[in-house]
Design a protein around this ligand. Structure first.
Ligand SMILES: [Zn+2]
Length: 447
């Protein structure tokens, strides 16, 4: 009989065979002493919560009452959110990061990144990720910002908002777009500082040849970052904003009096883009800033976007103008302006299974871990007992990224059903989730 739906058993077999899931789970560790519920079970419980896309911990709590899920994650009884929280707050991040790196290496070995190469090159992107914000709850590693809002009487009030933010590096050219690593911003520092830390760490985790080109936002158009990329041997495409002062002005000045180097028309999803491109090429490269004369190639795109709408039975066309500017270290001959435009557009952020998918459909409410003071203690060098540092958010985020990578691989690389029935990753998640409620409670899951 033809299989009609995905089962948890086939998903699990794929993860164990392809990615050593059980072996990795056994390596998990936390700061508790002799716990009854092992760190491996806590990890597997949260991993399944992400795989099934459960919206909250309350939901996971309810699911854990079902013995099928208990067997699956290797516990004899249900456990509540206080166990999960107590474990995660003192979770060891190393085995999680090790698993993320191993997962990505396996994806690369199995040629998951071959599709979508750009001129034969592998492309990753760096982006900021905001994980949670609060006006009331804060912890020792919160970032702070002033937020102006209006109270019910319309008066302006200024409040301090506490939040957490990280920089993530993600593969983006291929259908499977896993995250390679994240780096958290520390209180008082900028995103660029965290990005520098992340970029220096990546070659140690993956080697410098894991990808070739890095896409970056305007924020990263800085000499220290460009120098580091050059040292490591990564090429860059950076999207500039108009406030990028000197360089923007000189590029606009240079291109103002000449015809575009390339014109093209692109049609996609009822939209037509009429594009004019200017390119300094390698020979006319412009200085990055007044203080740093390092020459960079600049590509500018002027685009007219036409959208067709039906209004009261009549087809109308709506036009908007857009302008883009990119700097790049890529050579003009191998990467003409049209390719730089394609690389530089942040279209990848909006795709299914890309960044939007992760923020919109995977947003497990993990605020329950924030500022948690219920966590294990340790003895410090001067012999005093103190709380272990709170690793909760970092641990949950790594487990989320592992789940995201594994599910993408299962749906896009492995499942014939998903291809045959054109299932989205959300539909597959729902099928896997249904396995739990349909299964007879006495079934023991294979290990
Ligand atoms: Zn905090």
């Amino acid at each position: 009989m033809k299989e009609k739906s995905h089962s948890l058993a086939s998903f699990s077999t794929y993860l164990n065979k392809g990615f050593d899931l059980r072996q990795h789970a056994r390596q998990m560790a936390d700061a508790r002493q002799g716990p009854e519920i092992s760190p491996a079970s806590v990890f597997l419980a949260l991993l399944h919560a992400f795989v099934f896309r459960l919206p909250s911990f309350q939901q996971l709590d309810a699911e854990l009452a079902h013995s099928y899920l208990q067997h699956w994650i290797g516990v004899e009884r249900p456990f509540r959110d206080d166990t999960l929280r107590y474990s995660l707050c003192g979770f060891n991040l190393e085995p999680l990061e090790h698993m993320l790196v191993d997962l990505n290496r396996r994806l690369k070995r199995s040629k998951a990144f071959e599709a979508g190469r750009v001129q034969g090159h592998l492309v990753a992107a760096l982006d900021g990720i905001e994980v949670l914000s609060s006006f009331s709850r804060r912890c020792e590693s919160c970032l702070e910002r002033r937020v102006i809002s209006k109270d019910p009487t319309g008066r302006r009030v200024e409040q301090i908002q506490y939040y957490h933010r990280a920089v993530g590096c993600q593969m983006i050219h291929s259908p499977v777009k896993p995250f390679l690593a994240v780096e958290w911003l520390r209180p008082g520092e900028g995103e660029d500082t965290a990005a520098l830390r992340l970029l220096s760490r990546l070659p140690r985790l993956y080697g410098s040849r894991f990808f070739d080109i890095l896409l970056l936002d305007a924020l990263y158009a800085q000499s220290p970052i460009l120098q580091l990329l050059q040292q490591i041997g990564w090429e860059a495409v950076i999207c500039l904003k108009q406030d990028c002062r000197d360089l923007y002005q000189s590029a606009v000045g240079l291109f103002a009096h000449r015809l575009p180097d390339l014109r093209l028309t692109e049609r996609r999803d009822h939209k037509t883009y009429r594009v004019q491109l200017w390119d300094t090429g390698d020979s006319e490269a412009l200085p990055l800033t007044l203080h740093n004369p390092q020459p960079v190639r600049v590509v500018r795109s002027q685009e007219v976007l036409e959208r067709n709408h039906y209004r009261q039975g009549e087809l109308t066309t709506h036009q908007t103008d857009h302008e883009w500017l990119w700097i790049t270290t890529l050579p003009a001959q191998a990467f003409p302006a049209g390719v730089i435009r394609r690389l530089g557009h942040d279209r990848w952020k909006n795709e299914n299974n890309g960044w939007m998918d992760l923020t919109k459909h995977w947003a497990f409410k993990h605020g329950f871990l924030h500022a948690c003071r219920h966590r294990p203690k340790r003895t410090n060098p001067s012999g005093e007992r103190e709380l272990v540092p709170n690793q909760g958010l970092a641990a949950v985020t790594l487990i989320l990224l592992i789940a995201f990578g594994l599910c993408s691989a299962f749906v896009l690389r492995h499942s014939k059903l998903a291809r045959r029935d054109r299932l989205t990753t959300i539909a597959v998640a729902a099928q896997l989730h249904r396995c739990i409620s349909k299964a007879p409670p006495s079934v023991r899951a294979p290990t």
